[in-house]
Write a new protein. Structure first.
Length: 202
């Protein structure tokens, strides 16, 4: 009888946790936490000022829709932003919710635009981490895992050179770091498979 009562309590506890998790996933509070986490992680990783035109969240499959995502670098107000995309669909993995990294099961980026400007003195509009770092500090900015990714109808402008890009990526594992001295980004990238059209030489 004692073991039966223990088993019953365990089952009831598991059922209560399941109900609580379901209620949390469906709540407006959780939706807002997902939105804020994405903005925070993107901003920390890139140093860009992040804007999201519209945010949608489907709790059943943990799918997020971003419309009008814009990343502002150090470009002039009259210039196009460093990055923008008409629509991004991403399906979150559990690590995105519970850990300090982005884990995506699926990612689809539609109509992305990338603008990199190079001034006469060699400086660019590439964003930098907003947190000032000095000395030999190396900070992990982004840990990203993507099972499947697709880029659709992309356009890039790099030093006044324009070209289109699109492709598919599988098994992406990336880490982005920033070294305060001499002030540079360091990236570690692993991709199992990539399919893309030919890009023009830069």
């Amino acid at each position: 009888m004692k073991w039966r009562r223990i088993t019953t309590w365990i089952a009831l506890g598991a059922a209560a946790l399941s109900v609580a998790a379901l209620v949390t996933l469906r709540s407006d509070w959780f939706r807002e936490q997902v939105r804020l986490k994405l903005i925070r992680e993107i901003g920390i990783a890139t140093g860009a000022r992040v804007e999201i035109g519209a945010f949608g969240y489907n709790w059943r499959n943990l799918q997020v829709e971003l419309r009008g995502l814009v990343l502002h670098g150090r470009e002039q107000p009259s210039q196009a932003p460093f990055f923008r995309s008409r629509r991004i669909l991403l399906t979150l993995g559990p690590a995105t919710i519970f850990e300090r990294r982005l884990e995506l099961r699926q990612l689809r980026v539609e109509n992305p635009e990338l603008h990199v400007y190079v001034a006469e003195d060699g400086t660019t509009n590439l964003p930098r981490p907003s947190t000032p770092m000095h000395g030999d500090v190396i900070e992990d900015l982004l840990r990203l895992k993507v099972a499947e990714a697709q880029i659709v109808d992309g356009q890039a402008e790099v030093a006044l050179r324009k070209f289109g890009f699109a492709g598919r990526i599988s098994g992406l594992d990336a880490r982005l770091r920033y070294a305060a001295s001499p002030g540079r980004y360091e990236s570690l990238l692993k991709i199992e498979r990539i399919e893309t059209g030919a890009l023009p030489p830069l």
